[in-house]
Design a protein. Structure first.
Length: 227
């Protein structure tokens, strides 16, 4: 497991450096990003899933290639998961499951500024890939009046990969800038490897049912121009 995490982190680092290199000679800005994240899970053959809302926050590096195109790198803490209210979420013997999955997501996004006649603001589109590194993978299982938090690290992958697509508005403030965007984060990797967890002191088999993360985020960014 450690070797997989190390290899994935190395791959993500190489990806960031590869896409950042062409932008090195352009404009640069950095800042903070924060907002609301709504998450759910797409579990094959499962219904009765409710989404979860949470805070997302992190940092941003924006590398401008030219006056219309740039690259944004956004290491962000985000919580993912869902609440399963039906017994078919993975097991027929458990009444409900609340999945609590925390990640450090590292989106690498292309930014395309949209045409605008206004000097005070302009729209932009975002698109790219995010690699997520799990920091917590737990689920609260309930059976009757019994509730127990179970570690799902042994059965869930420590890595998640998302396709991120969004639209936003940039509002320059002198040399600095506010941005506001909404984006979808579509999981393209099955995070469930299947296996066994412990519930109420007994082994509980988790089937390797295909599971993808889904998310929608409303984010605000403040960028400082870098010299």
């Amino acid at each position: 497991m450690r070797s997989i995490r190390t290899s994935s982190l190395t791959l993500a680092t190489v990806l960031v450096l590869a896409v950042a290199a062409p932008a090195a000679a352009g404009t640069k800005s950095a800042g903070f990003i924060a907002g609301f994240s709504y998450s759910n899970l797409n579990i094959q053959g499962s219904s009765g899933l409710d989404g979860r809302g949470s805070f997302a926050g992190g940092g941003v590096l924006d590398l401008g290639v030219n006056d219309k195109f740039g690259i944004r790198i956004e290491p962000t803490f985000v919580s993912k998961g869902a609440k399963a209210t039906d017994r078919n979420a993975y097991f027929g013997s458990v009444d409900g499951v609340l999945f609590d999955l925390n990640y450090i997501d590292v989106p690498v996004l292309a930014r395309f500024d949209l045409p605008s006649e206004s000097k005070s603001s302009h729209g932009f589109a975002l698109g790219g890939v995010a690699v997520g590194f799990a920091t917590k993978q737990e689920a609260e299982l309930s059976q009757g009046s019994q509730h127990e938090t179970v570690d799902f690290g042994p059965v869930f992958s420590s890595i998640d990969v998302n396709l991120d697509l969004g639209l936003g508005l940039a509002v320059p403030m002198g040399a600095n800038c506010w941005t506001f965007d909404g984006r979808a984060a579509i999981g393209v990797m099955n995070i469930n490897n299947g296996g066994t967890v412990t519930f109420q002191g007994n082994p509980l088999v988790v089937p390797s049912t295909t599971t993808h993360t889904l998310g929608f985020r409303l984010l605000v960014t403040y960028l400082f121009a870098l010299k």
